[in-house]
Ligand binder design. Sequence first.
Ligand code: GSH
Length: 474
Amino acid sequence: MTAPWDDILLNKQLIEDVVPIAVDAALLQGVLMRTKEEPNASDMVNYAPFSLFPSPVPRTLFEEARAVQQDFNLLVNLVSQDFRFLKQTLASTVKVDEFVAQLFKIYRHVLEEGVAQSVFLGINRSDYMFDRGTDGIVALKQIEINTIAASFGGLASRTPDVHRHVLTVLGKSEEASRLLSNHPAEGIAAGIALAWKLYGSDKAVVLFLVENIQRNIFDHRYIENELWKRKISVIRRRLCDVAERASLDKDRRLYMDGQEVAVAYFRTGYMPEDYDTQGWDARLMMERSQAVKCPDIATQLVGTKKVQQELSRPGTLERFLPTNPEAVARIRKTFAGLFSLDLGEEGDKTAAMAIATPEKFVLKPQREGGGNNIYSEEIKKVLEKAGNSAERSSYILMDKICPQPVKNYLLKAGGALQLSDCISELGIFGVYVRHRKELLLNEQVGHLLRTKAVQHADGGVAAGVAVLDNPFLL
Ligand code: GSH
């Protein structure tokens, strides 16, 4: 796909002139991150990585991704309420994956005790790439759905103005005016605010669970500030703070430093490294409480790769959405080939196929946060080493998506300026709120386009690989 600025890309002088303008625009717009050197102080900040130009995206596929988001919200909401399905689906995984096993243990504990939470808030981001088939037809294919700490909705609200400015300076004001506005932070905050209201205690706060290292704080602040605008108080705490200073009252209301918590919004807690023993104690306490967890433990489990793979089995979507064949068709259309590696005949076949043609697949463990997937010859090594041991079932196999590379400049603070062959990943943010069994909100609230150089197989913005971008619809 060609962009209307292809003629400019090789004009070295013009590019060198416009880069500092673009960087200052990003700083002015608040497209910011704390630095590696000072990750917990805002005295010194820098721009978050972004692409110099927006990236061309086929309009029909963009619309397809937006249109299917409410279906995915429905699906996640339903799967999160189906203990039998989750138990069966994750049975092989919990045997070999300590992290998923811990999450599942808490899930079971909470169900056995009786769930105190009555309001449920889902904030997810479904990520896609544009797969170019051998016939040249480009299709939207889901990479994964993030049900915990789906990030960059804040900064993505500010990047359109950066690209508009760059294009205007380069004499492309008509193209600049065609760039979409984007407001995920507002939509995410509206979901949190509704959950807070339904919880029903004016004085209760929204608790952001955050990491020890908080480089991406500005992305959080956009959501926090939207909540403050609605006069909802926000506090930020780490899991260790919760373990040390939070408590439950006799009705299992959650208190943090003496303040009642209405909503606990997780921006940590998706990787094994996020937890020590204290961290797990904190998670259990929160899950047992009445507070609205975003996500609750069941919804976090819905985001595992194993669940993604099992949902693609014939008949499974129909089971969850029996009266909605259109939604089933829209969802299924986005699935790439997904294959089980569980022990047994089916898994043996998958393993043999992957070992024979590893370049066609991605091997995925049950991990979030980026940078965990396995590609090419490495797939062969891992599967040959795992052999017929249970370790094999900690992975799933997925078709490798092959997007058409596009040239762009990726701007990273302190990085060299070079023209790169890039591929993009489109994420759509979804928000839903359920009160007991009743779904009160189900919306698509915006998008996130991230772009990286083709040589990086895996990894997002937080991992330092991809950069923020905007779709230019063609
Ligand atoms: N803890 C950080 C935050 O809350 O901003 C990062 C969270 C994170 O890495 N979230 C993943 C994500 O959305 C989903 S689990 N990553 C997008 C990216 O890094 O490009």
